[in-house]
Design a protein around this ligand. Structure first.
Ligand code: 9PG
Length: 474
């Protein structure tokens, strides 16, 4: 463990943290505040690293890969690492009476760890992020404009809904590059080739139909997850990550209950992941949104006990990349961030957007800002601005419709403005037929690709990253 003491009163400092995976909070907060930690175990599994969860203690903040302490004038200290391929760097800042103790624990092989004083935290963090990206061969292709089925059709998506929307965007001259089918086309996680009863076709029928309309076909998969009802679960229990008791580890709570994960150190599981990639590529999909990737990092008993969690994750990701090919575009989601650099093209850098601004009950009273809301999605993606050196950021979809939404006009505008600052992918999920003239105009604006911006300043009195990213928009 690396350890430093900062001889400065904690009351004058703010801390910048980045949570474990896409959906975990990233934020700039007064160091003496309490780092929120969800009370329910499954929410810790789904939004954080159960091996290094947020502390829940006043004045104790945990962060992954990087951590910064910031003085009122924007100067301070930056902690960073030189490599993340096989190592989790677990940072903690602990406020004392008149000083701060900072530690960095490496889970995995030793890597260079740097803790440095900085006259400008923004500049130093960006420089270190750029170095880490370069060391790990970051892929930052041109950003794509994506229509995704999730945020309006959810699991009820059908083949017809995909095609209707694809046709309508052409009629309205909306410039999407990719039409991406999300969760809902399959029966169970793991049985990707079995269509759901409501889908009205098979996922393999879509790419050719989209190609006729000039679109790249995109598909959502959770390649490391296995539902207990699936054939995969029944046929290959030996490929599953196990708990200390020897039983397949069940964690999280989605799709009607907990789920399992593949043990990505098992050669059989790795071959299956590679084959899954090859299969969907064979169906014609060249854009893959691969989700719930953190499943491969859960603490548990693995086939090869010599492989650590970060390395196991990367082996699984590499197998998928090998299957889909070097030229496929991979968007990772629910994924450990720095450990994905070099293998993915884009990364969701926040929790899900939802057609509502904030869900205060969950965020404030349950201490969990990993839930779906426009506020959580944008706040977190903004607080990770420096990560554009690691992959194309995906701040999730804009919402321009007025139906099926609780967002007001100001909130819809605010989302558009923040997407402009975050840069990266541009996406929408709106059923095109729901958009009036105003909605279409806003969507056209949201599909304009921009360059990621940096915060104007990290100087006090502002504590909230959102208030820093203005560029004069609001
Ligand atoms: C499909 C969705 C969409 C979405 C992803 C991801 O913590 N949770 O329970 C939780 C559930 C779903 C979720 C995120 C978190 O959404 O981010 O874009 O693809 O899966 O199921």
């Amino acid at each position: 463990m690396h350890k430093w003491t900062v001889n400065e009163a904690p009351q004058g400092l703010r801390v910048l943290i980045s949570g474990f995976q896409s959906w975990s909070e990233a934020e700039l907060r007064p160091l003496t505040d309490v780092q929120p930690c969800p009370g329910q175990g499954w929410r810790v599994e789904q939004g954080h690293d159960p091996g290094f969860p947020p502390s829940g203690e006043a004045g104790v903040w945990r962060s992954h890969t990087v951590l910064a302490l910031v003085r009122a004038d924007g100067s301070g200290w930056v902690g960073s690492v030189g490599d993340a391929t096989r190592t989790f760097a677990q940072w903690e800042a602990r406020a004392g009476a008149a000083d701060v103790t900072v530690t960095c624990t490496l889970e995995g092989p030793e890597v260079p760890v740097t803790w440095e004083e900085s006259g400008n935290v923004i500049a130093t963090l960006e420089a270190r992020a750029t170095e880490l990206g370069a060391a790990m061969g970051a892929r930052t292709p041109a950003p794509l404009r994506v229509w995704c089925s999730w945020y309006s059709y959810y699991r009820e998506v059908t083949l017809d809904a995909m095609l209707d929307n694809a046709r309508l965007t052409r009629e309205h001259g909306l410039d999407f590059d990719v039409f991406q089918l999300d969760d809902g086309f399959q029966t169970f996680l793991g049985d990707w080739e079995d269509p759901s009863s409501h889908f009205g076709g098979h996922a393999r029928e879509l790419p050719a139909r989209l190609a006729e309309l000039g679109f790249t076909a995109g598909l959502w998969l959770a390649p490391f997850l296995v539902q207990p009802q699936s054939r995969l679960f029944r046929d290959h229990p030996e490929w599953l990550l196990r708990g200390e008791d020897g039983a397949p580890l069940a964690f999280g709570n989605n799709w009607g209950g907990p789920y399992h994960a593949l043990d990505t150190t098992h050669p059989g599981a790795l071959a299956w992941i590679r084959e899954l990639g090859r299969t969907v590529r064979g169906w014609g999909y060249t854009y893959l949104k691969i989700d719930f990737l953190y499943g491969a990092t859960q603490p548990g008993v693995r086939h090869d006990p010599a492989v650590g969690r970060a390395e196991a994750y990367r082996m699984g990701l590499q197998a998928f990349r090998d299957g889909v090919g070097e030229d496929a575009f991979i968007l990772a989601c629910g994924a450990p961030l720095a450990q994905s650099i070099g293998l993915v093209d884009a990364m969701r850098t926040g929790p899900d957007v939802a057609p509502l601004w904030d869900e205060e009950s969950r965020r404030v009273w349950l201490g969990d800002a990993t839930g779906p809301s426009a506020r959580n999605a944008l706040h977190t993606a903004l607080s990770r601005w420096y990560q554009h050196a690691w992959y194309q950021p995906d701040p999730d979809v804009a919402i321009c419709r007025r139906e099926l939404s609780l967002l007001n006009a100001t909130e819809r505008e605010a989302i558009a403005g923040m997407l402009d600052v975050i840069g990266g992918l541009r996406a929408s999920s709106d059923p095109i037929s729901m958009l009036d003239e105003e909605g279409l105009a806003l969507l056209r604006r949201c599909l304009t690709v921009s360059t990621p911006d940096r915060p104007a300043t990290l100087a006090a009195p502002y504590g909230d990253a959102v208030t820093h990213f203005t560029r004069g928009t609001f």
